[in-house]
Design a protein around this ligand. Sequence first.
Ligand code: ASP
Length: 312
Amino acid sequence: MLPVVAVHGGAGTIPKEKEREMAVCAGMRDAARASYGVLKAGGSAVDAVVEAVRLLEDNPLFNAGRGSVLTVNGGVEMDAIVMDGRTLASGAVAAVKRVANPVKVARLVMDKTSHMCLAADSALQFAKEMGIPEVSEESLKTDYAVMRWQKNLAPDADPVVSQMGKMGTVGAVAVDVEGNIACATSTGGFINKMDGRVGDTALIGCGAYADNRVGAVSPTGYGEAIMKVTLARLIIFYMEQGKSAEEASDLGLAYMKERAQGLGGVVTVDSRGVWAARFTSLQMAWAAAQDDVIHYGLFHGEDFTQPAQQQS
Ligand code: ASP
């Protein structure tokens, strides 16, 4: 069954525009296909998840990298994380500004420092020292993100409802040909969040977890709820108790909904390469690649397929 990769494009709802839905699904398939290519060529699970997330950060349709939602003051502050299931090594950036690909900086934190997370200006400084160019904040903003920021400044606006009305955080889980497991997640966070807010995505066990002995999880959804139940680690725990990737994902998401009133979604994989894409939100864009087939969907119950060689 190996190798396998599964990606998500955030829990929520896509505005009722057929074109946007199709573009989001194509973005998912492209990321899964490229990442699967890395795995088929013998690349590591870490390489594969970073490549998938990098592509989605570059895609302005998603709330990560370019296309990130804005802070209440109109800035762009991003969180990202990578985890390597071989060693439990992990690297993250929190509230980082002015980098195109936070996931690359997260990987450098994992590979080149003895720490797990660098934040804000110091994360940018570290990125520059590692040769990652600084980009302008404007280059990360899309017209769509600016429009939503303005809308949510209204006194009666509810940014949490608004966020669940549009998806976008991105993530990936993968198992490579050697059976090594990894995951990565990246986000602009929550719409109109306070400056300096750090969400689940930067936190190990919340926005990501990977362990070669069990599997990997990349969540999306209301970060303040994900953190309360440490969602990624909770799902891994259910898998340790013998639940399948799908059952464990459903149990973790149901617990979060009941205990923390939070909706969300996950892509999950176990050590044998069995994958699941599950969500309690109305929609979650996802795609998975295995055995030269791309699976993808958006609404509950969907599982469309396409040969991996076919271009979107
Ligand atoms: N979990 C992200 C955050 O709270 C948002 C999302 O997944 O849409 O920052």
